[in-house]
Design a protein around this ligand. Sequence first.
Ligand SMILES: Nc1ncnc2c1ncn2[C@@H]1O[C@H](COP(=O)(O)OP(=O)(O)OP(=O)(O)O)[C@@H](O)[C@H]1O
Length: 282
Amino acid sequence: MRVQSQPPSGPAVAVEVKNVTRIFAAKSGEVTALSDVSLDVAAGEFVSLIGPSGCGKSTLLRLIADLDQPTSGTIDVFGKPAKAAREAQDYGIAFQQAGLLPWRSVQANIELPLELHGQGKGARAARAKELLALVGLSDFAGHMPGQLSGGMQQRVAIARSLAESPSLLLMDEPFGALDEMTRERLQTELLRIRAETNAAVVFVTHSIPEAVYLSDRVVVMSPRPGRVERIIDVALGSAKDRAEDLREETQFFERVAAVRDALHIAHGDAPASGGAKGVDIR
Ligand SMILES: Nc1ncnc2c1ncn2[C@@H]1O[C@H](COP(=O)(O)OP(=O)(O)OP(=O)(O)O)[C@@H](O)[C@H]1O
């Protein structure tokens, strides 16, 4: 199976967000979604963004993906401006809705980015085969998306985001619409995929346990206008050393409590005094 790792000579920083502010024009006046946000994500690092609803998590991810532009500040991806990184296909994207084309088979969906970028039929099919194996769907290449469960569709979307071996994955609540069991299974699968690909990941979630289980660092954002309130170093080992039983360990609960307290402080509550709006503290 082909795996991708950051070349030793490549930049050590995957994403560099510097003093980014994003102000939207709305009917009721201006909305400051992000205010002076700075954040670095190292090559190969998994960073989650968590914070109350409307604090600008998706906005920040969209800015990194160059789907939107900051009002002020700069964003570099692997040392290039976000626009150049998008043009160079340096990252893959997966969102909450799998976003598969219903009239194309699973394999054809995975091949789509390769097809759009002119890769030949044989090479595309070989890559799709590797990716189907990576996400555990080898037997479903010929199925149509509508014949798959939500969790399977999400795995297809992840396979598609990995098609061009990106060194960076941008994921906006990719498991948000799934039941708890499927969600936990896919989290473990994502850890495995990441251990194999060594891609950096920026991951938006509302779930504290999900953020802790997956991440090297958890970025806690303040209510709108979103700022980086605190960064929690999870320090629970590398992706390949994490497994289901981690969820039962004392250290895991300690990190969950640390993120929860940081969210309460960001929200202006006393620590551990009730939930921050829009964040799942289960
Ligand atoms: N295109 C837009 N035009 C106007 N306002 C916008 C636009 N996009 C986002 N906003 C506003 O910016 C703020 C941040 O939105 P964003 O979707 O980034 O938050 P979020 O933290 O991802 O929220 P949630 O957790 O609910 O998904 C919100 O107040 C939202 O209404």
